[in-house]
Design a protein around this ligand. Structure first.
Ligand code: SAM
Length: 232
């Protein structure tokens, strides 16, 4: 269970109404039951239920079961699409070990505003579901040019189905260190954006096979390729 609270020996952790409902209403736990907790910083802790109520409760940390396992330093940047497909991208990125998830506004991005808190909640659920000890941060949406500037020296795997002379995935350098993946919107990248990406020494254009994939499929494919070549 993810909690937004410090964890440590003997630490009391208050539960929200939703968490109490899940643990005591759905899972039917009672006082004394063990629950595994993580907060993305202090590792995983075995805690015991000290108070169980309908609207809240308290857990007390007993022992650390695992240190925090940081995923590799990989960011996923993507142009948001329809709500359900955007949720899917965030969920899969969290499961596959992206460290940071950045929605970016490109020229052909149709999605309006992105509800960061809702996407962050999806990342939390995905981390809980896959037994992670870390939750990737979902950043606020920012314009592509600003997001690219924010990359600094970070290498970029820029996925583009349409780029003449695009490298295939086997040409991705094995360079370790920080990386980011960039997935475009349904309308693809504009010529101006492609030109900017091409000028970046740190960007590597990548083809994910001969077919045009939907952006959500492309995100999963790109994360898989990156994990296989450069992940740990
Ligand atoms: N508008 C484009 C078209 O119709 O030609 C398709 C864009 S595609 C639906 C959305 C994004 O997924 C692209 O911007 C790219 O980042 C990624 N993508 C899809 N297929 C890909 C492929 N075969 N190789 C690399 N990237 C791909």
């Amino acid at each position: 269970l993810y909690v937004d609270h410090p964890l440590g020996q003997g630490q009391s952790v208050p539960l929200s109404r939703e968490q109490a409902h899940y643990l005591f209403g759905v899972m039917r736990l009672s006082v004394g039951a063990a629950v595994l907790l993580f907060n993305g910083v202090d590792g995983e802790w075995r805690a015991e239920v000290a108070e169980a109520g309908k609207r809240g409760g308290t857990l007390v940390c007993a022992a650390r079961t695992r240190p925090v396992q940081m995923p590799p330093d990989l960011w996923l940047m993507f142009a948001p699409i329809k709500k359900a497909r955007t949720d899917f991208i965030v969920e899969k990125a969290a499961e596959m070990g992206a460290r940071r998830i950045l929605p970016v506004q490109t020229e052909f991005t149709n999605a309006g505003r992105v509800q960061r808190d809702r996407l962050q909640a999806h990342a939390v659920e995905a981390a809980e579901q896959c037994g992670g000890t870390y939750v990737p941060e979902v950043a606020d949406m920012q314009r592509l040019d600003r997001a690219l500037t924010g990359l600094g020296d970070r290498r970029l795997m820029f996925c583009d189905e349409a780029l003449a002379g695009a490298e295939d995935t086997s040409a991705l350098p094995d360079t370790p260190g920080p990386w980011a993946i960039l997935i475009g919107p349904e309308g693809g990248f504009s010529d101006k954006e492609r030109a900017r990406l091409h000028r970046m020494d740190t960007a590597h254009a990548v083809q994910l096979g001969p077919r045009i994939l939907r952006a959500d499929t492309a995100a999963v494919a790109a994360l898989t390729v990156w994990q296989q070549r450069l992940g740990d």
